[in-house]
Unconditional design. Structure first.
Length: 531
């Protein structure tokens, strides 16, 4: 098959797949329905403080897999839903930040700097329209970069990296994630090593359980879904409940600001915003392509860059649309770029990408990494068809964003008033239900609660969560690559140092850790993205 035939096969897998229902005689595929549902649900969740895209992805993944099954036909509907949620939550996150000065996610903090002052001026509608226009533009730009760079990067990796080089690359990625996420690089490294340790319990290619302490309940290791959901979601729930108890007397009173007549966004105003959107989208795409950094730094750098080039009458921080546009374009452009290391290297870069990896591993038939983009002429590469199908779902989600996303975003502003006391018990029950549906074992629920306590303690001592999660996921790949490299080298104990490229990756790992340990300051530290 040629390249264009693969592209067309991916498009048809989305639009001509299993039919959900018929509308005016036209069959609507289940994948299209799932993308649309995920996108609209993501906006609602993104507009609800205390929740976020990762929560919906975490809870819905086991339920979706149990519904669609473990066949390759389930890949596009399930992953399409997750992609829709990821994109919708990014757009919806601006709603509480603009209307109520309540950043639901770390990157939305920068949106409050100009979005909420615009609301106090009676320009909430203009601020929301600006946020939507910038978010949709940045997201589309980063998706186009993903479509054009991921296949070529994967081909280069597949052609030039052997087992030793791939193992060294995973070590570099883990070092990068551990060093840049959180206020302390050393805490990030400890979290990453602890994630590898937990993933190594009773796993690997040995014929006997290791580090199981001779117990039966640890003989099969810890299920991936329980570790990820426990640390990410349950830990956050426990931490939020503690905050509610501590701040029980504090009540936020939202005053309704009368809207002015200046709430439209004209074509002239959109053209004036384009330089800020363009620069921030480029910044966000570059940041997003690096594993583990995420949208918080992108939003900060995008805002700072826009502030330097701003010449308008209203300065940044006092309610200018350019400030909202610079922030939203930057954090939205991360979502597509974050999938570059996922699809080309099999390395998750943020929390949303973690659940895409989990979906692929749980269902089977798709292994993110360099082999996905292997173009074969004589036989069909089904993973490549799935990859182009995922690209198609992303573009369809972008079309939804451009057409109905803005209006739906303005409708769901009421979700910002939902109190945490109502949300957190629902999150707790849904997470436990999701794990039990996936594993059908009370032992997995106990694991979930144990990892939830671990996540809570990590938050208390300000240890970043993301390095632990990514290390837990990549531990198996790292062990496999190192075992294969060791076997191919003829049991050479120095197999990682026999290749110039692997040595380069290892040296870069040390340089990254040393650099961020010496240079990173508390005021510029990056918060761990868990929501």
């Amino acid at each position: 098959m040629t390249v264009m035939e693969y592209v067309w096969a991916g498009v048809m897998a989305v639009f001509a797949g299993p039919e959900a229902f018929s509308l005016f005689g036209i069959g609507i595929s289940i994948t299209i329905l799932m993308v649309a549902t995920g996108f609209l649900l993501g906006i609602v969740i993104g507009a609800t403080p205390g929740l976020g895209g990762p929560f919906v992805m975490a809870v819905s993944l086991p339920i979706l897999i149990s519904f669609f099954g473990f066949t390759p036909d389930a890949l596009l509907p399930v992953m399409g839903f997750l992609i829709g949620v990821m994109k919708g939550a990014t757009v919806g996150g601006a709603v509480p930040a603009i209307l109520f000065n309540t950043p639901g996610t770390p990157d939305a903090l920068m949106t409050t700097l100009d979005g909420y002052p615009m609301t106090k001026k009676g320009q909430a509608g203009k601020a929301l329209r600006t946020a939507h226009f910038a978010s949709a533009s940045g997201d589309t730009f980063s998706d186009l970069v993903l479509f054009t760079t991921a296949p070529f990067l994967a081909i280069v990796v597949e052609g030039y990296l052997g087992f030793a080089e791939k193992a060294a690359l995973i070590i570099l990625s883990l070092s990068f994630v551990a060093a840049v996420v959180g206020a302390s690089p050393m805490k990030g490294l400890i979290a990453a090593f602890f994630g590898i340790l937990m993933a190594s319990v009773a796993t690997g290619e040995d014929f006997y359980p290791r580090m199981s302490l001779g117990t039966d309940f640890m003989a099969n290791g810890f299920p991936l879904i329980t570790a990820v959901l426990g640390v990410l979601i349950m830990g956050e729930v426990m931490h939020s409940i503690e905050e509610m108890w501590r701040d029980r007397r504090t009540e936020r009173i939202n005053t309704q600001t009368p809207a002015s007549s200046d709430n439209s966004l004209t074509m002239k105003e959109r053209r004036r915003l384009m330089p800020y959107i363009g620069i921030s989208a480029l910044v966000g795409t570059v940041i997003g392509a690096l594993p583990g950094i995420g949208s918080t730094l992108a939003a900060t750098l995008g805002y700072a860059t826009g502030q330097k080039i701003h010449k308008g009458p209203v300065p940044f921080g006092e309610g200018t649309p350019e400030g909202v546009a610079a922030t939203e374009a930057a954090n939205s452009s991360v979502s597509g770029a974050n999938l570059i290391p996922v699809l080309s290297l099999g390395i998750p870069g943020n929390v949303g990408a973690v659940f895409l990896i989990l979906a692929a591993e749980s269902i089977g038939g798709f292994n993110p990494g360099p082999s996905v983009f292997r173009f074969t002429v004589d036989e069909v590469n089904p993973e490549l068809v799935i990859a182009f199908g995922l690209f198609t779902t992303m573009m369809f989600a972008n079309i939804l964003n451009w057409t109905i996303g803005g209006q739906f975003m303005r409708w769901v502003g009421v979700m910002s008033n939902v109190p945490k006391a109502v949300l957190m018990p629902m999150v707790l029950l849904l997470t436990i239900t999701a794990v039990y549906v996936q594993e059908t074992s009370m032992l997995s629920v106990y694991y979930l609660l144990a990892f939830g306590v671990l996540g809570y303690l990590m938050r208390k001592i300000k240890m970043p969560i993301l390095p632990f999660v990514i290390a837990f996921i990549l531990a198996g790949n790292l062990e496999t690559a190192m075992r294969q490299a060791f076997a191919v080298s003829g049991a050479d104990p120095f197999f990682l140092f026999r290749s110039g490229m692997s040595v380069t990756f290892l040296v870069l790992s040390v340089v990254v850790v040393v650099f961020f340990t010496r240079k990173q300051k508390p005021q510029t530290a990056i918060s761990s993205e868990v929501s």
